[in-house]
Design a protein around this ligand. Sequence first.
Ligand SMILES: Cc1cc2nc3c(=O)[nH]c(=O)nc-3n(C[C@H](O)[C@H](O)[C@H](O)COP(=O)(O)OP(=O)(O)OC[C@H]3O[C@@H](n4cnc5c(N)ncnc54)[C@H](O)[C@@H]3O)c2cc1C
Length: 432
Amino acid sequence: MPEKFDAIVVGAGPAGITAAYCLARDGLKVVMIERGEQPGTKNTMGGVLYRQMLDEVIPGFWKEAPLERHVIDQQWWLLSEDSAVKFGHRNSEHDKEPYNAFTVLRAKFDRWYAQQAVKQGALLITETVVTRLLRDSAGRVIGVETDRPDGELLADVVIVCEGANTLVLEASGIKPKPRADAMAVAVKEVISLPREVIENRFQIQGDQGAVIELFGDPTLGMVGNAFIYTNKDSLSVGLGAMISEFQRRRVHPHQLLERFKQHPVVAPLVAGGEIKEYMAHMIPEGGYEAMPPLYGDGFLVCGDAAGMVIAVHREGSNLAITSGRLAAETVVEAAEAGDFSARKLSAYREKLEQSFVLKDLRQYRHLTPMMERSPQFLGVYPGLLNRALQEFLTVDGVPKRQKEKQILRRILKERPVTALLGDAYRMWRALG
Ligand SMILES: Cc1cc2nc3c(=O)[nH]c(=O)nc-3n(C[C@H](O)[C@H](O)[C@H](O)COP(=O)(O)OP(=O)(O)OC[C@H]3O[C@@H](n4cnc5c(N)ncnc54)[C@H](O)[C@@H]3O)c2cc1C
């Protein structure tokens, strides 16, 4: 007879660990099943971890967790082939405890976080792949099948937190295979550099951190972006774009990453570094419209598995953590009532509706499709802006009035007034 738990959590990423942590803390018998050798070994993110959402689960976690740097400097660079227009924000408030965000390396962070769930009483099973959900004759989910011999486990409820690659949901008929225009692929390298070199290059000191998002040339104008984040003694450097765009342009993400590191404004930042890790991972960017059912009889879906990513704000782990916490709250209420029906578990969706998670996902639901239909935003404007500034800042004896007219003429030649107004309207609509 398979072992029976109150809850089974599929996947030990931020969503799954949070759900397991909260359920174990509230006295439920919970098992977390992870396919990696350890939590974190299969996981990648840039990664910026926002404090608030995890602080709601483990107050003061940041005093103990293996974090890299607290982020005080955030920049957005628009790149042409050989130049950059830079916007940024450095904030001394973000330099004070309890801080706003941290850079993390997931191999270390997830392992630590999973240990906290285990300390609360959750059982962690690693190197085990969940292959599908088990159902009873009425179609209710009653457990999982794994790739282990005799590997079936039973539970009152299964919380699916398998991340972007939703093989369990697909095998269980809950979600179709995602479309290539709803999924991004990202590659990332961890490049080691001496601590003092990083601090000099990014003008930070101590545990201060800087993060840069780069748009335009790094992805050849495709919908996506590149990033450079400072860790203690390494940089996380990567880029990603929609899979459909990579297919259309017939380029490989790895080729683009190599090209990106040679860009004149990027090369000096990574010079002399040694590549320690290379990773590739998917990101569900289909947004609100591409979300699967979030609950059903005997199951809930959290985090990336549910498509909870807001790429424009570089947010995913915080939505995963919040959804894991709200799923656990729902399960505790269901256990008290002895009712794991879809009707009872629908409280999870209501909780998400009241939180920032569904509010933000709904607000940005038109952004990715709009960007895919409007290649000018990342394909034309970064170059246009760079050329305009280069011309304006080149002191060559041309009177300023004449220069302004030349710049305006050039801009209007590439994007006539009607197109500019149309783009502004489209962006305003897409940002809700
Ligand atoms: C390159 C990149 C950069 C990113 N940068 C940021 C960032 O800076 N900030 C941010 O907030 N978010 C970022 N994200 C998004 C963030 O990583 C995700 O939103 C977040 O990890 C989602 O957490 P999760 O627990 O839902 O899924 P995951 O972290 O993917 O965890 C899923 C877990 O389930 C396991 N698993 C999967 N299938 C099975 C199975 N069948 N059986 C058992 N175990 C299974 C996996 O091994 C994994 O451990 C980034 C993502 C990428 C790819």
